[in-house]
Design a protein around this ligand. Structure first.
Ligand SMILES: Cc1ncc(COP(=O)(O)O)c(C=O)c1O
Length: 388
């Protein structure tokens, strides 16, 4: 009998995860647009910079795969020293493990036994952990792991975000106790992710807010330890606080995601030394083609909501100084450019920084990898659409 989960799993396992090489490198202008572009050298520099920064502070690097959904990038992160990778959902874990990633932490809780069983199956060939924020979650994992591999349990702590995680010390201790006393489970520690502060503008404001939250988390880690539940991992953080949270003694590893690509939302938050947050390079861009010119000083490109995902800012034009993008529906955007701009634009390729990298990646099948300006490979976004 094929259950809905069997069908969904089989489809993910049929997906490509290997690079596809072009016979000959091509110019970016020769790609079928809209196209998601990935600068291979900038990608590698970002990975190396983050790995080096965290390693230099004695912190683990546990990058978040929800950003790229691409096992090829996860393998590069592992090669740079990542202790494992994070994913947001069980289906992303399936895609990563199928492509050979051997240590995966799922950072959202589940309430479904079929999903827990899938994780226990994956745990036969990889080290799998998942966050839990209620006692029933541990019971579910215990039931699934009884017929599969051992599962790591990480208690998800919420201090102020109000998304997932428990605020209760009592629940936290119950989770640790049940996970520790269940032979097929390993209590591994805690997660705290404060997504609501990642994009606060101004380094000092982010720092003040983030350190206050981590002070509260540290107290909970100490409580667990005092009750006999030491935390092997204390994990969390994102790109916006990588250089703040890496100073927190209790944290063992950072779940940085967006740094690998960077996007316009992150660039605008600023860094200690600059108005733009440019500690990492923009490796991810989108190429579109100018296909129509209904009015002067405005050109229509072939990318709209199906190409760029945004929850706040617009795509940032790269080709024409002081031009602005506005969405013009699902398939189109309009680039408004300054008076006096002379060059004929129809048919030209126009590139943009993505507004928000994670959901933009999820709109595309593949990255076109380019090096020194020439496109060399197509990398499948294997976990595209893996949202369950
Ligand atoms: C639980 C968790 N950890 C880490 C991250 C990575 O954050 P960022 O992309 O800001 O680096 C996210 C992103 O949403 C997340 O949800």
């Amino acid at each position: 009998m094929n259950t809905s989960f069997d069908l969904a799993l089989a489809e993910i396992r049929r997906r490509d995860f290997q690079p596809m090489k072009l016979d000959e490198p091509v110019e970016i202008d020769e790609l079928p647009t809209p196209a998601l572009l990935l600068d291979e050298q900038a990608l590698q520099r970002n990975i190396d910079k983050m790995a080096g920064f965290l390693g230099g502070r004695g912190k683990g690097f546990r990058p978040h795969g929800k950003t790229h959904k691409c096992p090829l990038i996860a393998h590069r992160q592992r090669a740079a020293g990542a202790v494992g990778v994070c994913v947001a959902k069980v289906s992303e874990a399936v895609a990563m493990v199928h492509a050979g990633i051997d240590d995966v932490l799922v950072t959202s809780p589940i309430t479904n036994l079929a999903k827990a069983r899938i994780l226990a199956d994956l745990a036969e060939s990889a080290r799998i952990s998942i966050v839990v924020d209620q006692l029933q979650g541990v019971e579910l994992l215990a039931q699934a792991a009884a017929d599969g591999g051992r599962l790591g349990v990480v208690a998800d702590i919420d201090i102020a975000m109000g998304r997932t995680g428990t605020r209760s010390d009592e629940v936290l201790l119950q989770i640790a106790e049940l996970a520790t006393s269940t032979p097929v489970l390993d209590f591994r520690g805690v997660q705290h992710y404060a997504g609501h502060i990642m994009h606060i503008e101004g380094y000092e404001s982010r720092k003040e807010r983030s350190l206050a939250l981590w002070e509260a988390v540290t107290a909970k880690v100490e409580l667990l330890s005092a009750r006999g539940f030491p935390c092997e991992i204390v994990t969390g953080c994102g790109t916006g606080t990588y250089n703040i949270d890496s100073e927190v003694a209790a944290i063992t590893d950072l779940q940085v995601g967006s740094y690998v690509f960077m996007d316009q939302e992150y660039r605008l938050i600023g860094s200690p030394s600059a108005e733009l947050f440019d500690d990492f390079e923009v490796s991810l861009t989108v190429a579109t083609t100018a296909i129509s010119q209904p009015t002067n000083r405005a050109i229509t490109v072939d990318g709209g909501y199906k190409v760029f995902a945004s929850d706040s800012v617009n795509p940032e034009p790269l080709s024409i100084a002081e031009s602005k993008f506005r969405f013009a529906g699902d398939e189109h955007g309009v680039l408004i450019y300054p008076e006096g701009y002379q060059e004929p634009l129809l048919g030209t390729v126009q590139r943009f920084i993505t507004p928000h990298c994670d959901p933009t990646v999820n709109l595309h099948d593949a990255f076109w990898l380019h090096r020194d300006g020439m496109v060399i490979e197509r990398w499948p976004i294997t976990a595209r659409g893996c949202s369950w």
